[in-house]
Design a protein around this ligand. Structure first.
Ligand code: ATP
Ligand code: MG
Ligand code: FE
Length: 334
């Protein structure tokens, strides 16, 4: 069955088409430039942009795949978590589309979709796997039995800021644009990771994270430099911050695999696009005999393919569809 997936939880309008685990199209429209001068996503602007982009993005995805509306067998949509007004546009569009075509509707969880997208590149996930989910709003370790039919088991999560949020805040204090992940990743390539920023909660035996102290430590270090009149070595600060984040995330992810006797780690969410996180995870998984799966960077940040991927898993597994009463839930639990 051909599944059309719609993603509108934040500032990306994404439409993906997946058939039997094969990605056929992935169209994206972003309102990121409209938010840039505010230093973060403005909910009303995002919702309005989704409304304008929705139909053209669906048309673009169908065009990429050379398919027509009537070829679609099911519609999947992000039901939460995310910005309420933004989610509502996607959910309303998906309902209308499903109703008009007379096909089933599947509401899916945005974070589960960040994990499910990996199946498009690397095939079915072994069960159970451990997932490290690192995005703009979340940072969690999850035990994943079957994505389509069984709930994931949370092993730990950030107690304060998400990893992506820390990237965005540190970028801001270094004078880099929003979102901060890509410019920090780029700047870090020319830097040395020799500033000893803290690794909060490292080795504490939990699978929880904390990034707010790290952000404060970077801010203090940069302020002290500025006060002394010395230039701020931006590349070194970026590299050292990035190393601290990647170090804690990968150490805890490997520990979670060991603790649960799991031999596959999958990393998802926007921060999974980070080059140092990918490299360090590869090193540590290799050393621990763990198979690492990370989607290509373009599939880590928000997109429609991930929603179609999870929708496709549900359809193929025979999961009952959602009703047309499906709600957009900004704080949807996993
Ligand atoms: P959530 O999935 O928690 O609802 P979101 O959908 O806004 O949040 P994503 O699109 O999954 O988040 O990820 C966006 C985050 O990823 C931003 O914080 C951004 O800075 C970060 N990010 C993107 N690319 C990189 C990179 N190369 N290195 C580090 N962080 C990155
Ligand atoms: Mg985004
Ligand atoms: Fe996301």
């Amino acid at each position: 069955p051909l599944v059309l997936g719609i993603e509108t939880s934040c500032d990306e309008t994404g439409v993906g088409l997946v058939r039997g685990g094969v990605l056929l199209a992935d169209a994206l429209a972003s309102s990121v430039d409209e938010h840039a001068r505010y230093g973060g996503v403005v909910p009303e602007i995002a919702a309005r942009a989704h409304l304008e982009a929705m139909v053209p993005t669906i048309e673009r995805a169908l065009g990429q795949a050379g398919l027509r509306h009537r070829d679609v067998d099911a519609v999947a949509v992000t039901a939460g978590p995310g910005l309420a007004g933004a989610l509502l546009v996607g959910v309303a569009a998906a309902k209308a589309y499903a109703l008009a075509l007379g096909v089933p509707l599947h509401g899916v969880h945005h974070l589960a979709a960040h994990v499910a997208v990996d199946t498009l590149e690397h095939g079915p996930l072994p069960r159970p796997s451990v997932a490290l989910l690192v995005s703009g709003g979340h940072s969690s370790l999850l035990l994943v039995p079957d994505l389509a039919t069984e709930p994931v088991v949370p092993l730990g999560a950030t107690v304060d800021d998400a990893a992506g949020e820390a990237y965005d805040k540190v970028a801001r204090l270094l004078g880099m644009p929003f979102p901060g992940g890509p410019p920090i990743d780029a700047a870090a390539r020319a830097g040395r990771a020799d500033i000893p920023f803290p690794r909060a909660k490292a080795g504490d035996g939990t699978f929880d994270f904390s990034f707010s102290g790290l952000k404060t430590a970077v801010a203090r270090w940069v302020e002290a430099r500025r006060r002394s009149g010395e230039p701020v070595p931006v590349a070194d600060v970026a590299a050292s911050f990035q190393e601290a984040v990647a170090d804690v995330l990968t150490a805890k992810a490997v520990a979670a695999c060991r603790a649960h006797d799991v031999d596959t780690l999958v990393i998802g969410g926007g921060v999974a696009a980070n080059s140092r996180l990918r490299a360090l995870a590869a090193l540590r998984c290799e050393a621990a005999g763990i198979t690492l799966r990370v989607p290509r960077p373009g599939l880590c940040t928000d997109n429609g393919a991930m929603v179609a991927a999870l929708g496709s898993l549900r359809v193929e597994a025979g999961v009952a569809p959602s009703s047309l009463e499906l709600a957009a839930t900004s704080a949807l639990a996993l």
